[in-house]
Design a protein around this ligand. Structure first.
Ligand SMILES: [Zn+2]
Length: 307
């Protein structure tokens, strides 16, 4: 199976179901940032939930940012998700939890460290940004997001998420399942869901079990009346480009740009969100400096006109 995300309804439309497989996506993140296994586990879980949350957005102009800030050695986790299920993100300390030989791998919650907070900010395009923050519950990600959905979005939600990585740093399985009760769900629906959830294996085992089948089949196996709405591909995808990075360089002070030209004879700018390097030659920097200076002159002229 390739990485994908399935949206489905069940129990007469009283329950909404989202499942994704993110094995390759988490491997991609791990390779980009040279993450330790525990750091990849933590970031991978958040990327997996984020991909599902992105797919809940109503228009492709919307996006959301997840910020998890604990008190452990991982630092913060920042993930951005788009409506098409693509995600990007990073952790402050990519080598967190490496430890010495023979030491047991730390749990994700130890790496993140309690107390901590989970903040979701939604950029709803035309409307104003929306933001909700909750305290981390146990720092294992699944329960923290379930609490966020229930408290901040008033939608009773169960979240199962997991990442399995072998000793060589190969991601064996990763994925997430989100089950949400709609406002018209009754007590029978709730007890059926509780029954389904109590029989659920860990998410990584489920992904391994269905890897030769499909997520749609998995959704259909969970409820008698599952109606699959759509299946979409998901991936780690950044929106950065050399052009955008050049735009950023135009906001750098001219003195600093001159320094890059005269001292370093070029510059390399690394994207926080995907670790891609963009190289700028001396010539390219000179052109950017020219434009910056021209722009500054223009705005000074404008200011003198205004005053
Ligand atoms: Zn990038």
């Amino acid at each position: 199976m390739n990485d994908s995300l399935v949206k489905a309804m069940a129990l007469d439309g009283h329950v909404r179901l989202y499942i994704n497989r993110t094995t390759d996506l988490v491997q991609d993140a791990m390779d980009r940032f040279h993450l330790s296994n525990p750091a990849a586990d933590a970031l991978g879980r958040v990327l997996s939930v984020a991909s599902i949350m992105g797919s809940m957005l109503k228009s492709d102009k919307e996006m959301l940012t997840i910020n998890i800030l604990g008190s452990g050695e991982l630092g913060s986790i920042v993930v951005v998700a788009n409506a098409d299920g693509t995600v990007r993100g990073f952790v402050d300390n990519p080598s967190a939890g490496l430890g010495g030989d023979g030491q047991p791998a730390p749990r994700v919650s130890d790496l993140i460290g309690l107390p901590g907070t989970l903040t979701v900010t939604k950029d709803l395009s035309m409307a104003e940004n929306w933001s909700g923050t909750v305290e981390l519950q146990n720092g294992e990600i699944g329960q923290d997001f379930a609490y966020y959905f229930t408290l901040s979005e008033q939608t009773p939600t169960a979240v199962s998420v997991g990442v399995k990585i072998d000793e060589t740093g190969k991601v064996i399985a990763a994925g997430c399942l989100v089950l949400q009760m709609m406002p018209d769900a009754d007590s029978t629906d709730i007890s059926i869901c509780e029954h389904v959830l109590s029989g659920l294996k860990p998410m990584t085992s489920i992904i391994e079990d269905y890897d030769d089948a499909s997520l749609a089949l998995l959704a259909e196996d969970l409820f008698d009346d599952t109606e699959v709405l759509e299946t979409i591909p998901v991936s780690f995808k950044c929106s950065c480009s050399k052009e955008k990075t050049a735009g950023l360089l135009k906001t750098v002070a001219p003195a600093e740009l001159k320094n890059m030209i005269e001292e370093d004879h070029g510059a390399t700018v690394t994207c926080n969100f995907c670790n891609a390097d963009y190289d700028f030659s001396e010539e390219e920097l000179k052109k950017i400096l020219e434009e910056t200076e021209k722009h500054l002159e223009e705005s000074e002229e404008l200011e003198s006109h205004v005053s």
